[in-house]
Ligand binder design. Structure first.
Ligand code: BCO
Length: 565
């Protein structure tokens, strides 16, 4: 049981992939695409069955703590049972059907995992989003998607009620709370009485499964739609080697459930390996709580954005040994070699990098068995063929700067997003010859290691959050002090990058105290849109650099910020 799962069992996905066994494929390989795949029946139910037959160890599928003494531990059988009940709530109580869209806005509570898998069982397309969203962000998502349902918590429920008349498609509102609310179904009561009998849909691998909202340079977030094939990524042999998870492992991925990193790192990956997904509620980020948890619990696999590791390193310790910790992995933003070295020096553990996007899942990785090259992301992770390309899609030679591209022709990888829902123009824009254009610039060395050099557009990556400058500018413009603004990325020693706003004030605010104005504007942005986007730096300027047609030259401000001008 403690041996690598992959050595002793067929991949769970083979269980339901008749097309594979029909053609006599001996085992799953890095590129096979079964005709049918559903993570719930192929993976979760597989482990539940293994557990029933006494063929796996006693470690739970799910282990949740909140730091106040509350704890939830579910075996694979219990998890499978609860997710079937959830599926029945959706179809029987709520009348939702395969293909319907459901917004999933929860903090790190156990119900998030039930809802995500319950959706997979029924073919309902779930749309995770961070609990930090504000009313306008939520309204935008509900209207864009025409979601038929929402599962959320008290804080968001009142926002949803206040705009119900503007979301005519929204029929089902499920509340995860210890209190009831008028007009909302009570998830925690319903799950107690729901039937545990449910037959999982036979989803085609290419049927839609999940949508992530993702920011761009212009406009508001786009809907990156993925099929069930996304959840196949962790079943591929090479992907398994990224963290080499074993059934006995306890894996903690810190990502907020709103991001693809959580869907993959806190659900799909650990359960594909048959190990424990450990979750700390962590309503506020607190490095001390993280350190204490790593000391207290048998967590041996740890996964989070580089800023989290940097913030832990800010704590006052010269050396620390976490008793169970074996493997640390990071992704979502740039990992600096000095942090990799410092983490190794102070914890004794190497820090492995992965690279991916909401559109792609994991694109590149330094596998556990690979040599770490500081400053490099690792190599292409199958099924992706990653190349450095020019602006026509031609492959560039090693050590040449270009765009990081993923081959989509002649075959589009099933783990790559299906497109931006309802936006064929934007979907076409990210295609470049035979490649998907990540929008990131990079370089590949002779050994196939890829390094990240920057964004080719104006997107800001602040501590792992992808932030569109237009979203922040639009929030700033709602404040009476702002005549004009330009938002760019600014380097930061802890968060990698932070949001910086250059602001031209309206005449009546010119004489106001600048420190107070800065604080007011920051609070304003935090109150009208998800607070992680607020400008941590503000500079008041008499005017903004513009082209002769009046377009703001963000690149010029950006260069100045980077000290390049
Ligand atoms: O800095 P401040 O304290 O002034 O502001 C913070 C919060 O206090 C504030 N806030 C939160 N909820 C609020 C609120 N303010 C008003 N009302 C509320 N309801 O907003 C600010 C939030 O900023 P933050 O989250 O960046 O700060 P924090 O708490 O220091 O967290 C640090 C990190 C590192 C934990 C956090 O930045 C983080 O989780 N980063 C990682 C993001 C991530 O996982 N990205 C991966 C995306 S998926 C991907 O890249 C694909 C990879 C395959």
């Amino acid at each position: 049981i403690h041996k690598s799962f992959h050595n002793i069992h067929p991949a769970p996905s083979q269980l339901c992939c008749r097309s594979l066994s029909e053609v006599g494929a001996p085992r799953w390989n890095d590129y096979e695409v079964p005709e049918e795949f559903n993570f719930a029946s192929c993976v979760l139910d597989y482990w539940a069955q293994m557990e029933k037959e006494g063929k796996r160890g006693p470690n739970p599928a799910f282990w949740w703590v909140n730091g106040q003494g509350d704890e939830v531990k579910w075996s694979f059988r219990e998890t499978a049972d609860l997710t079937r009940r959830t599926a029945n709530i959706f179809t029987q109580t709520c009348g939702l059907q395969q293909g319907d869209l459901l917004a999933l806005i929860l903090p790190r509570v156990p119900e998030w995992w039930l809802v995500a898998v319950g959706c997979m069982r029924t073919g309902i397309i779930f749309m995770p989003a961070t609990i930090m969203l504000k009313a306008k962000d939520i309204l935008y998502r509900l209207q864009m998607s025409k979601a038929k349902g929402i599962v959320t918590t008290d804080t968001i429920a009142s926002d949803v009620d206040s705009m119900a008349s503007e979301c005519p498609s929204l029929k089902t509102k499920l509340l995860v709370s210890d209190h009831s609310r008028e007009g909302w179904l009570d998830f925690r009561s319903l799950i107690k009485s729901a039937s545990p009998e449910h037959t999982c849909i036979k989803s085609k691998t290419v049927d839609p499964m999940v949508i992530f909202f993702t920011s761009g340079t212009t406009g508001f977030p786009k809907m990156a739609k993925h099929c069930h094939g996304l959840a196949l990524q962790s079943s591929y042999p090479t992907s398994r080697k990224i963290r080499s998870l074993k059934t006995s492992d306890v894996s903690w991925c810190l990502s907020d459930p709103g991001w693809i990193l959580a869907t993959m790192g806190a659900l799909v990956e650990p359960w594909t390996a048959g190990c424990t997904a450990f979750i700390h509620h962590l309503p506020q980020f607190d490095t001390k709580v993280i350190i204490q948890a790593l000391l207290k619990y048998p967590i041996n696999q740890f996964f989070g954005a580089p800023s989290i590791f940097r913030m832990i390193l800010q704590q006052d310790f010269t050396s620390i040994r976490f008793p169970a910790l074996e493997h640390c992995c990071t992704g979502g933003e740039v990992l600096w070699p000095k942090d990799q070295e410092e983490w190794k020096r102070r914890t004794g553990l190497p820090l492995y990098d992965i690279y991916g996007q909401s559109e792609t899942g994991i694109i590149c990785a330094t596998l556990r068995e690979m040599k770490i090259k500081p400053g490099f992301l690792g190599k292409a992770s199958p099924p992706y063929d990653v190349q450095i390309i020019d602006d026509k899609g031609n492959i560039l030679p090693p050590n040449t700067e270009g765009t990081i591209g993923i081959r989509i022709k002649p075959a589009r990888p099933v783990t790559l997003f299906m497109g931006y829902e309802g936006n064929p123009e934007k979907t076409a824009e990210v295609e470049c010859g035979d490649f998907f254009n990540t929008g990131d610039t990079g370089m590949m060395d002779e050994e196939g290691y890829i390094c990240f050099l920057g964004r080719s557009d104006d997107i800001i990556n602040a501590s792992g959050y992808r932030i569109g400058p237009a979203e922040v500018e639009s929030a700033l413009m709602e404040h009476p002090a702002v005549a004009e603004s330009a938002v760019v990325s600014s380097p930061d020693p802890i968060r990698g990058e932070v949001v910086k706003a250059f602001i031209v004030l309206t005449p009546q605010f010119l004489s106001h105290d600048k420190d107070q104005l800065t604080k007011d504007l920051q609070d304003h942005v935090k109150s009208v849109t998800a607070p992680y986007k607020y400008p941590r730096k503000v500079e008041f300027v008499p005017d903004l650099p513009k082209t002769i047609t009046g377009k703001i030259k963000r690149k010029e401000l950006q260069k100045k910020e980077m000290g390049q001008m």
